[in-house]
Design a protein around this ligand. Structure first.
Ligand code: FNR
Length: 185
């Protein structure tokens, strides 16, 4: 029975997405005590007019998954030096209602991937900025960026051991925070 429940958010809808492959690889090395559910970001375009108590069902499910988790792991590609629109759209849905977002104070680990040697660092920085604005509990420390991602995936799974252990070290820091006593009610 898992003691820690995480939500994995891949910032790409592509069938053979390296971002999702990275999350699948991470799932494969997690101990039995940690479970990660990988979300699909096929959500409607954010429109504040639609963001009422009867928000679209897919949005409610996405928010509920985050709410019932102990933390989120977001793996993003870089699109034109930023995060993909689908990811920003999903974070905008998750960020509301204002002041009551399911991401408020939720531990969040950002990971960027890229076929380029730059590893998506600009998307990584932009993702953290959005998470801070919400505000999620952004995990600091060494930025987990994975370069040359295309050569580290086999059959839709990240298999590169240095990348997996780099990401796991950050994940370990995040999981270590779960269950800490609250200082303010
Ligand atoms: C890219 N790609 C890309 N890569 C990068 O390192 N920096 C960038 O600015 C961009 N820009 C960009 C824009 C658009 C519109 C696309 C489609 C792609 C390449 C990108 O990193 C690569 O396609 C990834 O494999 C996409 O992630 P998934 O779908 O594999 O998860």
């Amino acid at each position: 029975m898992p003691q820690v429940k995480l939500v994995g958010i891949p910032g790409s809808l592509r069938a053979a997405s390296f971002s999702r492959a990275t999350l699948i690889g991470l799932c494969s090395v997690l101990p039995d005590t940690v479970a990660m559910e990988i979300c699909d970001l096929r959500l409607p375009l954010y429109n504040e007019d639609d963001d009422r108590s009867d928000a679209p069902e897919v949005v409610s499910k996405f928010r509920d998954a985050i709410a019932s988790s102990d933390g989120v792991v977001i793996v993003t590609p870089e699109y034109n030096h930023g995060i993909p629109g689908v990811l920003k759209n999903a974070l905008d849905w998750a960020s509301r209602p204002f002041g009551k977002s399911v991401l408020t104070n939720k531990p969040a680990l950002a990971i960027s991937i890229s076929p380029a040697f730059t590893g998506g660092v600009r998307a990584h920085a932009q993702l953290n900025e959005t998470l801070l604005a919400i505000p999620a509990l952004v995990l600091g420390g060494p930025q987990v960026v994975i370069a040359d991602i295309g050569n580290k995936i086999e059959d839709g799974v990240l298999v590169d051991q240095p990348s997996l252990s780099f990401a796991l070290t950050a994940l370990q820091r995040m999981v270590g925070r779960v269950g800490a006593p609250r200082l303010i009610a």
